[in-house]
Design a protein around this ligand. Sequence first.
Ligand code: AMP
Ligand code: MN
Ligand code: MN
Ligand code: MN
Length: 284
Amino acid sequence: MVCQIDLHTHSTASDGTLPPSELVRRAAAASVDVLALTDHDSVAGVSEAATAADAAGVALVPGVEVSVTWQASTVHIVGLGVDVGHPRLQQGLAGLQRFRAWRAEEMGRRLSRVGVSGSYERARELAGGGLISRTHFARFLVETGRCRDMRAVFRNYLVPGKPGHVSGEWAELPDAVAWIRDAGGQAVIAHPARYKMSRSKLRKLVGAFKEAGGEAIEVVSGSHDRSDYPSMARLTRDFDLLASAGSDYHGPDNPWIALGRLPFLPPDCTPIWHDWPLVETTAG
Ligand code: AMP
Ligand code: MN
Ligand code: MN
Ligand code: MN
């Protein structure tokens, strides 16, 4: 049997558009056998997802995608197989959630200075009680017709040098990896090819991550082009790391890879699930 594995997805607990249970049902319908829920800086969706996964016959991997600042770049570290109740993980995520809450208000204030009013209130409403991300501001700016699409919002409003951008520090790389490991999980660099880093800076990041106890990098990702796979597989070999695969799915309206459609990992890397008890056959 070929096993469909997707180790990076989002729900309404962060900036996905589907509630955790609906995400799991759709994953099951798309023949996904092993699914990780990896919301940004939050594990709030995991228990609902786990209940739905039991009912749907999907193996749910409890996960998170931690925001990190490393050498002035934002980097995302996915944690897989974490104990979501672990105090150190919870404390770490609580700090990031406080920063996010402040940042969202500050984004609202900055956008109002350039004549965009009501963005914080609407972003909060769109977040529906989950944490607020730039994605929610982006949806508001598209909804009001100020921007044509999400890409345009990020380019014109939400990146450094643009009116809605708020800089700040996320977690330290060694801390993020430690929270994940303490909670019994495996740390994975999310979508490494997406960071606009030179080859040498990326290799430095991977070295620092490995040094901190990180175990894998995403080779196959909805945020990667297929042409990135060979160089990412090479990185796993050069640094003796495992390879992960995840769609980075945010919901049906978003441009990431659809559920159940992930390409297989290249054959020359070792899947992070190679020794997971719940995965008997490993083909993607
Ligand atoms: P935040 O973690 O609040 O800074 O928001 C980052 C999120 O914004 C990412 O996880 C993506 O979901 C989304 N995002 C970033 N860049 C883009 C883009 N160019 N187009 C659409 N969504 C984006
Ligand atoms: Mn996101
Ligand atoms: Mn990410
Ligand atoms: Mn993600």
